[in-house]
Design a protein around this ligand. Structure first.
Ligand code: NCD
Length: 352
């Protein structure tokens, strides 16, 4: 599956598209992979997010000047609550406007058979920034490539931000996840970070583990806990090891839960399974219940990109888990808005 990712991304690179490294300057750069970021770029996003958070919390009304007169389009070919709405809220709080096809993408010309390249370029005629979520790996690369090909055909150049491409990557989620880890842990050095569940199809863990590697912290261990059918793609494991991350893979949670500093739980991505019997066989393999959380380190944090289903037990279990101070997924969600505010302002070159 990452082979598919590598293939479609390589195809784009061969056609001349390579996502540009941020290198301290976000303006006009499409955001499609965490591989564009170095530690200083992440720090810049996090500092901007904290600054914007402080401005939101003190009710700073001049925030709406940051993106006044700018337009963001949301183009979501896959279901979303958090990514979609946090981007919308982010742009609204910065004073920009948000557009989308009335009635959702199923009522756009996609319904008439228009391809992604044409739809994205139509949107680029109207918006300054486009947030794309799409089920195909490499879709954000392909879209960025076609936007760049347009060149001077348009009087303005729209910037694309990936909101998740299939089972590939989810770069903005990774940024908000790392921002949240730093909120609670202050440093990433020496942390034991455990990711549990669907590591094969879960794009959040693909991006987060690579982003942690790129952050170049010292002495980080990544524990990957999953059923054998859902292990982390070998290409990502190799990437992490090449970046001096200690990687441990197991299907036994007890091996690692007790001394984990960060526990990142994930949903089994039911919609990605072609064989529903495979899904049924592993759907309940790893369930985080209040008892298990009680036996983790007292200063551990429990994260989840959400949405959650039975992998956190019943709704009653959810309530108990939520009341544990170790659970930080609501912080994660809220942080998503601040991080996305920072990113939107950055790619639009809007000063904060
Ligand atoms: C995740 C996603 O869409 O990849 N959700 C999110 O963006 N917060 C995780 C998931 O759907 O399980």
């Amino acid at each position: 599956m990452v082979d598919q990712a590598v293939l479609s991304q390589t195809a784009m690179v061969m056609r001349g598209f390579e996502p540009r490294m941020i290198n301290g300057d976000f303006t006009g750069k499409h955001i499609v992979t965490v591989e564009q970021f170095m530690r200083d770029d992440m720090r810049a996003v996090f500092e901007a997010a904290s600054h914007l958070r402080a401005r939101v919390l003190r009710g700073d009304r001049s925030l709406i000047d940051v993106c006044a007169g700018r337009v963001m389009a949301t183009l979501f070919y896959e279901a979303s609550t958090r990514t979609d709405m946090s981007f919308q809220a982010a742009m609204s709080r910065l004073g920009g406007q948000v557009i989308a096809t009335s009635g959702g993408v199923q009522f756009s010309s996609v319904y008439k058979g228009e391809n992604l390249a044409d739809t994205v370029r139509a949107v680029a005629c109207y918006a300054d920034v486009i947030v794309l979520r799409h089920p195909e790996v490499g879709s954000s690369y392909e879209s960025s490539y076609h936007l760049d090909l347009l060149g001077d055909k348009l009087s303005r150049r729209a910037v694309l931000i990936s909101g998740g491409d299939g089972i590939g990557e989810h770069p903005t989620q990774a940024l908000l996840d790392l921002y949240t880890i730093l909120d609670f842990k202050e440093s990433v050095d020496g942390l034991k970070i455990t990711m549990v569940g669907d590591l094969r199809y879960g794009r959040t863990v693909h991006s987060l583990s690579k982003l942690i590697a790129r952050y170049a912290a010292q002495g980080v261990t990544l524990n990957f806990v999953s059923p054998s059918l859902l292990t982390m793609p070998p290409a990502i494991i190799a990437y992490l090891r090449a970046h001096d991350i200690t990687v441990r893979e197991t299907d036994n949670l007890e091996d690692v839960l007790g001394d984990s500093d960060v526990i990142y739980w994930t949903r089994v991505q039911e919609e990605r399974f072609t064989n529903k019997a495979d899904y049924a066989a592993i759907a309940n393999k790893f369930v985080m219940l209040p008892d298990a959380l009680a036996h983790t380190k007292s200063d551990a944090i429990l994260m989840h990109p959400l949405p959650r289903k039975h992998e956190m037990g019943s709704p009653d279990d959810h309530t108990l888990l939520d009341s544990d101070p170790r659970s930080v997924y609501f912080h994660q969600m809220e942080n998503g808005m601040y991080v996305r505010m920072a990113l939107i302002a950055a790619v639009l070159g809007a000063g904060i």
